[in-house]
Write a protein that binds this ligand. Structure first.
Ligand code: ATP
Ligand code: MG
Length: 403
């Protein structure tokens, strides 16, 4: 929710702006004021996200009010809507430190889009100022992929996104399971717009237009949800996914993509654009059979070097172990996530990823470890350290098979 205070000398203008703003469910008008001194008091008390100042043709108060708020309240973003915008008046406004000066928008849609655009841009700027960390220009695109359904892709993608967001990373989560995507269920959000709606737009180079199709989770994660029904899946093409990802990577630290079990064009576009592919597998012969085949395909596509294996529900029952997986798939193992069905299912039913709802559970600790490794930027992921016993058992098994 973005809240605003409106200031115009003309009450009728305030009324009109209010009506227009309220057509957008994410905007809330806290107050409408026609006097500059009262406005300053209200801003002090209510700390609105946005002060929307209407400046009439002969109005000079608006600019001096803008100046005072810009100086005193850096977290209240000031937008000046100027009637008869002349170069001289524009210069006065910018000299007063107010860089969001626009002609009065023609309709509600334009006004609401403007408010969102300024809010997002200013928020990014303030967050960048707040951040003590070295800016990481190269954002990471992580696709969570598996060669068999139901083995934990969405669980891992949503929990990882949540933990990265908790660690103050800017995270975008994309549900690319176009037929049966359920990221919105795991995150308990009700998307107004989805990827298929976005695909109808010409979003080229406009992060604001893409953002208007995202659902903002209370954790700060921006989610692009899968189409609401399967018949819209085909509106999403590989080419569009590719241009979407190249646009997004300038704005997010992490773009996490939950994929489907296929090598369709959108999936391939995501895998190709990824910096790492988190390849989810398990300690089961049927999963490993498919995983091996998928790995061969990834190899032929030149993507295998990006693969980091995640063994989910890694309960070793003395038949197949992590060492076997490493050997069969010939890819580094990034993590082993234990099996905790009750925690995993309770989190889905609650709509709150378990890293948040059950942070001490072993399964949550395992996801946090992955997030830490990613943040450390340690690209030489730890190989599984096999115990001497595991190594002996492994050698024995494969030697006897080689004969
Ligand atoms: N480590 C785990 N321990 C216990 N249960 C788990 C674990 N990981 C996932 N699950 C459970 O397995 C089921 C499938 O998980 P999930 O939906 O994440 O898989 P998926 O790969 O995304 O499936 P799909 O291919 O259908 O999209 C869910 O009920 C989830 O709670
Ligand atoms: Mg899934």
């Amino acid at each position: 929710m973005i809240n605003l205070i409106l200031v115009s000398k003309q009450p009728s203008v305030n009324l009109r702006l209010r009506e227009q703003l309220l057509t957008d469910g994410e905007l809330e008008v806290l107050d409408e004021i026609s006097n500059a001194d009262e406005a300053l008091e209200k801003v002090d008390l209510q700390n609105p996200n946005i002060l929307l100042l209407h400046s009439g043709e002969t109005d000079t108060d608006a600019i001096s009010l803008a100046e005072r708020v810009v100086q005193r309240k850096p977290r209240t973003f000031v937008i000046v809507l100027m009637e008869h915008m002349t170069m001289e008046r524009l210069q006065q406004a910018t000299a007063a430190g107010c860089h969001n000066v626009f002609p009065v928008p023609e309709n509600a849609k334009e006004l609401c889009a403007l408010v969102h655009r300024v809010y997002n841009a200013e928020n990014d700027r303030i967050n960048a100022l707040d951040s003590n960390e070295r800016a990481t220009w190269a954002s990471k695109i992580l696709s969570v992929y598996s060669a068999k359904g139901g083995i934990g892709k969405t669980t891992i993608a949503t929990n990882l996104a949540m933990e990265l967001a908790r660690q103050k990373k800017k995270v975008c989560l994309i549900d690319l399971d176009l037929l049966f995507g359920d990221v919105h269920v795991f995150m308990d959000v009700e998307p107004k717009e989805t990827l298929s709606d976005l695909m109808q737009e010409n979003f080229r180079n406009s992060i604001d237009s893409v953002r208007s199709f995202m659902t903002v989770h209370p954790s700060g994660i921006h989610i692009l949800c899968a189409p609401k029904t399967p018949e819209y899946a085909e509106t999403v093409s590989g080419e569009r996914v590719q241009s979407l990802l190249s646009l997004l990577r300038a704005y997010y630290d992490y773009i996490i993509i939950d994929t489907a079990v296929n090598f369709s064009d959108p999936t391939l576009a995501a895998l190709e654009a990824s910096t790492s592919i988190l390849f989810v597998t398990g300690l089961e012969v049927s999963i490993l059979k498919n995983s091996k085949m998928a790995m061969t395909v990834l190899d032929s596509l030149g993507q295998k070097k990006k693969v980091r294996t995640v063994i989910n529900r890694a309960v070793e029952i003395n038949s197949i172990n992590a060492g076997d997986v490493q050997r069969i798939l010939d890819a580094p193992i990034l993590a082993r996530i234990p099996s905790e069905y009750l925690v995993a299912v309770a989190a889905i039913n609650q709509g709150l990823p378990f890293v948040k709802s059950a942070p001490k559970a072993k399964i949550s600790v395992a996801i946090c470890d992955i997030a830490d490794k990613l943040i450390r930027g340690d690209d030489t992921y730890d190989m599984v350290q096999l115990t001497a016993k595991e190594k002996r058992a492994l050698n024995k098994r494969y030697k006897s098979k080689d004969k």
